[in-house]
Design a binder for this molecule. Structure first.
Ligand code: NDP
Length: 417
């Protein structure tokens, strides 16, 4: 693969944008953790206080964090129910990936369940989130550096389309190598769905356990947040194979952006609603809870329907479940769906995801903005991601993509955006 040319557009604001994001993202994460447990829980404004190094740094937290990563790596290496091939690479080869993420989730749940029966003080995690987040941030910087160094000796065909501009900061942020791996351990595939996503639901569970210890039983709001997000994580791991066709795997290098996102940002900020509820209990009646469940179900229905329809179509366009759908041919030989979910808007899966994000925030009431952080951040992430994908699809499919945009004019929300 040719290195990125000087005229190729740099994303994320180039080196300055990358440097700012590398400072801003960890700072924002720590800010959110502090605010979630502060009395006023004000999203905007200064942090309640500035923690000293003594409060952030804990060798015990680092050790536990590394143990968690080690446990997940060991579960990854267990025999898988099936091994699948990824998309074709530039050199025409295909990598193999184990499909055992759901199995890892079940085994992790068993281990945690046994631990709880044996008296594991899981609720105590709520007081250790800051040192855990700090330890995970440190490890993501070190891990990204090791990946960057590994890419120096990788063959040109293993490099990602972006992340090879020649600018150190930008390339460190975006990631140079597309699929760095050692033997059968594919670092990106491993990090995308396992330690972070399972860490997220484990933190949620710790908040639930702690709430039960403090108040006698978990609140309905806490149950809903735990249930919805467990469904989301379980679904992602059940459909693990689908990650192989996403932009993260097929296009983006594995650098600080994904490493930090997967290992630190996801577990510590996506669990914000549960953290908030532990410190700010919210009353929730059954009628409102039922409405929120309905909103989550609608979001999930759209999200799953759209993702499954595209994955089925990409795997086998003659599959009876998608064979009747209208398509547009493209010069690459691939087709674009233009009816069904993908005829409604150009990213129906994003729409479903955003509706679910709303349902995860609503149990926290409307008095605070903090639990809506995920919805706000996720909206901007998906709007930006949609624009990136749009640019890539325009390059890939040319006139056929223009025709698709003409026939399906809305991007994410029908008649609005
Ligand atoms: P998508 O699954 O939306 O994939 C986009 C690709 O789909 C395009 O590049 C194109 O690739 C193909 N495509 C687009 N339109 C059509 C069409 N009409 N017919 C057939 N194929 C089409 O991308 P993402 O990786 O962004 O998202 C995957 C899921 O992950 C989404 O549900 C998203 O919401 C979720 N997500 C969640 C995040 C989180 O933090 N919770 C973060 C990011 C994503 P090609 O033609 O090459 O197949």
């Amino acid at each position: 693969m040719a290195p990125q040319g000087p005229r190729d557009p740099l994303e994320f604001g180039g080196p300055m944008g990358a440097a700012s994001l590398m400072a801003l993202l960890p700072a924002t994460m720590l800010h959110l953790l502090l605010v979630a447990r502060s009395g006023p829980a004000r999203l905007l404004g200064p942090p309640p206080y500035l923690p000293g190094l003594g409060e952030l740094w804990s060798p015990g937290a680092l050790l536990l964090w590394l143990t968690w990563l080690g446990l997940q790596a060991a579960l990854y290496l267990l025999p898988a129910r099936k091994v699948v091939e990824g998309q074709e690479l530039k050199d025409k080869s295909r990598l193999q990936y184990p499909i055992n993420g759901f199995q890892a989730l079940v085994l992790t749940a068993l281990l945690v369940g046994l631990g709880l029966l044996a008296g594991l003080p899981l609720g105590a995690l709520s007081d250790m989130l800051l040192p855990f987040a700090f330890a995970s941030t440190l490890t993501t910087f070190i891990f990204s550096l090791l990946l960057f160094l590994k890419a120096q000796v990788a063959p040109a065909s293993a490099l990602a389309p972006g992340g090879n501009s020649g600018n150190l900061i930008y390339d460190f942020f975006l990631g140079r190598e597309l699929n760095p791996r050692i033997s059968s351990l594919d670092f990106k595939y491993f990090c995308e769905l396992r330690p972070g996503l399972m860490g997220w639901v484990l933190i949620n569970l710790a908040m639930l356990v702690q709430e039960a210890e403090l108040r006698g039983s978990p609140s309905l709001a806490m149950w809903l947040v735990n249930g919805f997000q467990l469904l989301y994580v379980g679904d992602a791991l059940w459909h693990e194979e689908a990650i192989l066709t996403t932009m993260d795997i097929t296009h983006d290098g594995f650098g600080f952006m994904l490493v930090f996102g997967d290992l630190a940002w996801v577990p510590f900020t996506y669990s914000l609603q549960a953290q908030f509820l532990l410190h700010h209990p919210q009353p929730l009646g059954l009628p409102m809870a039922s409405t929120i469940c309905l909103i989550n179900a609608v979001g999930y229905y759209i999200f799953r329907g759209a993702n499954s329809q595209k994955n089925t179509f990409r795997k086998n366009p003659s599959d009876p479940r998608v064979a009747g759908l209208e398509t547009i041919p493209t010069a690459t030989g691939r087709q674009l769906l233009v009816s069904g979910w993908w005829g409604m808007v150009r990213h129906p899966n994003y729409l479903g995801d955003l509706i679910m994000a709303l349902a995860w925030s609503l149990p926290c009431g409307t008095a605070h903005l903090l639990p809506y952080f995920y919805l706000l951040y996720f909206t901007s992430l998906l709007v930006h991601r949609e624009a990136r994908d749009e640019r890539l699809c325009r390059q890939k499919y040319g006139l056929a993509w223009q025709e698709y945009c003409r026939r399906v004019p809305y991007r994410i929300v029908p008649y609005i955006y």
